[in-house]
Design a protein around this ligand. Sequence first.
Ligand code: BG6
Ligand code: MG
Length: 226
Amino acid sequence: MSELSAIIFDLDGVLTDTAELHYRAWKRIAIEEDIPFDRERNRRLRGVPREESLRRLLDGRTISEERFRALLARKNALYVAMIATLSPRDVMPGAMHVVRSLRRSGFRLAIASASRNARQVVDRLGIATWFDAIADGASVAASKPAPNLFLYAAALLNVPPEACAVIEDAAAGLEAARRAAMRTVAFGPDVADEPADAHLRSFTSIDLAHWLGAIRYGVGAAPTVA
Ligand code: BG6
Ligand code: MG
């Protein structure tokens, strides 16, 4: 196994809690369209692109192409209005410390997000300079759970996929990372039961020295971190 040299972060739900904002925007659409929707159903939408999210929300209901496009635009307008208020205070607790420590330890760092709004979120959070590369929803045609976005990020970093670990809060993202032959770190409660090389409850509850030592030689060798 190659030595680990790069960490790829998902954005929504990992570096900031915008997964909650995506949920709220979809919830509004569901109410307006009279479609049953709750946090449990939302788990299937997490991490996947906008169009596929709407297909999953509709759950087999058929609507015209025009209506489909209108709902996508409406959801995005709701979401864009929500992220307009983001600021550096909305960076996930502990994330800055973890990123700085990883950087000091020599890791190459990237963001790989399925969102076409990722740049705007990154700019509002003020975190662009923390990373060597940023891949977003416009970077590749086939997004998560396809491996393409993570492979694209690894190529930007000039690091082989086997030397990358991906931190993800969604099942679709973990699947994409596995398909890219990358190591996986499941982040947060939604993926606590998903298969992954390591699990992280949060960035504040991590014993960084221990975690870093372990992932250097392969996340697979690391114990699950609280
Ligand atoms: C991902 C989110 O990061 O981006 C998904 O986890 C979202 O919930 C996807 O659907 C696409 O985002 P956007 O901003 O392009 O609609
Ligand atoms: Mg996410």
